[in-house]
Design a protein around this ligand. Structure first.
Ligand SMILES: *Cc1c(COP(=O)(O)O)cnc(C)c1O
Length: 471
């Protein structure tokens, strides 16, 4: 047993660090080592239990109801508020769309209205559930949804209006009240995607931040998603989807008696559901408690304020919009390449996340700041300033003209595996040693590709990555 665990540790040592605040996307670190231990122990206690049948495993039912109650308490819930624990933010968003669609069987071709800054989970929902998406441009300076444009986009086919608190890309909160009022006036459901902000913004407010309400206190808000594996600092695999009433939730439940086995009865997309992530989240949430979360929010808030101010003070960098949460996106003025800045940060031991230009949002770098960043802000900012200088010295990224020509000739509709292989070869990516140290040339190539081609190329890349290991 020690052998396989040693091997696992060795494999894990090649990953980005999940602790210490050096990975500013994907991971959320409280900086408290006991949180991990408690989560791991609780996970082990319940991972063999199956949420498929809550009457067989009442502990899971109890823990789920406890977590939903906590989330509702944090997000302005009423005695009518109900919820469901899901596997993550995407599943919560999918279920909000599914519930809205299936509540309106009278609408022949249902649609959802969303700002262009809404999370890609809603595009996935539209794709999976055959719902049309009406994507509304946001304010080009603030990146916040435009309530008048959102209102104008609602029509008789609209089954759900979506807004973010905050948006992942820019960390800004949409004008929830105005949008909810417009949705409510048309009798349409309104989902607030608080996947990333829902467990931290309420604490920011308690710490004195001036934040307009974005939760169930706002009339017209019918559902809210909040991820526990983000700012509740729980182990991966837990989110909560809250509904203002049980009636609103019913339509994402699924029952099938149409086979000879047990009647399948599922609140989520999963059927067998591990008790592990749920128990881990339950234990962490109860261990940290209100005081614990308030302290963590205070540390994250100080860290993000310092980082934001520091970024704004680095010549050539500009923070996008007015981020009010724990996220910061910044772009660069001419003279250096942001992908190179990301590579330079990587060389200095930090992961920052490149975000491609889309709509009026320019190419930028995204930072997810957590409590673990508290204390190392000066080091981060010094390395960022040095990375910008290094990128300036390096000059523009050179995309091999042959590779660029190859990509320009590709059609996403007809792209074949052979063509993709040819591209990898042309780009010198066939070594089999994973990704190169410097990602800037590849990112520059992807940035130049139209979105449908970029999506297609990345799907092909994913297929190449997920190839069984030679045994
Ligand atoms: C993270 C996030 C999601 C998706 O959550 P996953 O847990 O990654 O599936 C949806 N919306 C927002 C705003 C998010 O930040």
């Amino acid at each position: 047993m020690t052998d396989v665990l040693a091997r696992l540790r060795e494999l894990r040592s090649g990953d980005l660090p999940t602790h210490g605040g050096r990975t500013l996307a994907y991971v959320y670190d409280s900086g408290l080592s006991e949180v991990d231990e408690i989560a791991a122990a609780a996970h082990a206690l319940a991972s063999s239990a199956n949420g498929l049948d809550p009457t067989a495993f009442p502990s899971l039912l109890r823990m789920e109801n406890d977590l939903v109650a906590r989330a509702a308490g944090l997000l302005g819930g009423t005695p009518d508020t109900v919820g469901t624990v899901t596997s993550g933010g995407t599943e919560s968003c999918l279920l909000a769309v599914l519930a809205a669609r299936d509540a309106r069987p009278d609408v022949a071709s249902p649609s959802i209205v969303l700002p262009e800054t809404a999370h890609a989970a809603f595009h996935k929902a539209a794709h999976l559930f055959g719902v049309r998406k009406i994507v509304v441009p946001v304010d080009p300076d603030t990146f916040r949804a435009d309530p008048a444009a959102m209102a104008a986009a609602i029509d008789d086919s609209t089954v759900l209006v979506v807004a973010s608190a905050p948006s992942y890309a820019h960390g800004v909160v949409d004008p929830i009240s105005e949008i909810a009022a417009a949705a409510s006036a048309r009798g349409v459901r309104m989902h607030v995607d608080a996947c990333i902000g829902g467990w931290v913004l309420p604490y920011f407010a308690k710490l004195g931040a001036d934040l307009p309400p974005f939760d169930f206190r706002v009339p017209g808000v019918t559902s809210i998603s909040v991820d526990l594996h983000k700012y509740a600092y729980c182990a991966k695999g837990v989110s909560v989807l809250l509904h203002a009433s049980a009636e609103l939730r019913r339509t994402h439940f699924f029952a099938s008696a149409a086979w000879p086995g047990y009647t399948m009865l599922n609140p989520t997309l999963q059927s067998t559901r591990s008790g592990g992530p749920l128990a881990a989240a339950w234990a962490v949430v109860h261990h940290l408690g209100e005081d614990g979360y308030l302290k963590l929010a205070s540390r994250a808030r100080e860290a993000v304020e310092r980082i934001r101010a520091g970024v704004a003070g680095i010549p050539g960098l500009r923070v996008l919009g007015d981020p009010v949460s724990t996220l910061v996106a910044f772009t660069g003025s001419d003279g250096f390449d942001l992908f190179t800045v990301a590579d330079e940060m990587k060389a200095r031991g930090w992961y920052v996340q490149p975000q491609f230009a889309h709509g009026t949002s320019p190419l930028n770098l995204h930072l997810t700041v957590t409590a673990a960043n508290h204390g190392s802000e000066p080091e981060f900012l010094a390395d960022l300033a040095a990375s910008v200088e290094a990128a300036r010295a390096e000059g523009p990224v050179r995309v091999d003209p042959d590779v660029a020509a190859f990509v320009a000739a590709l059609d996403p509709e007809t792209l074949t595996a052979e063509q993709f292989g040819g591209l990898l070869a042309a780009a010198g990516l066939t070594g089999g040693d994973g990704l190169p140290e410097r990602m800037a040339p590849i990112n520059a190539l992807l940035a130049a590709a139209p979105e449908p081609l970029r999506e297609r190329l990345l799907v092909e890349f994913l297929g190449a990555l997920y190839t069984p290991s030679p045994q």
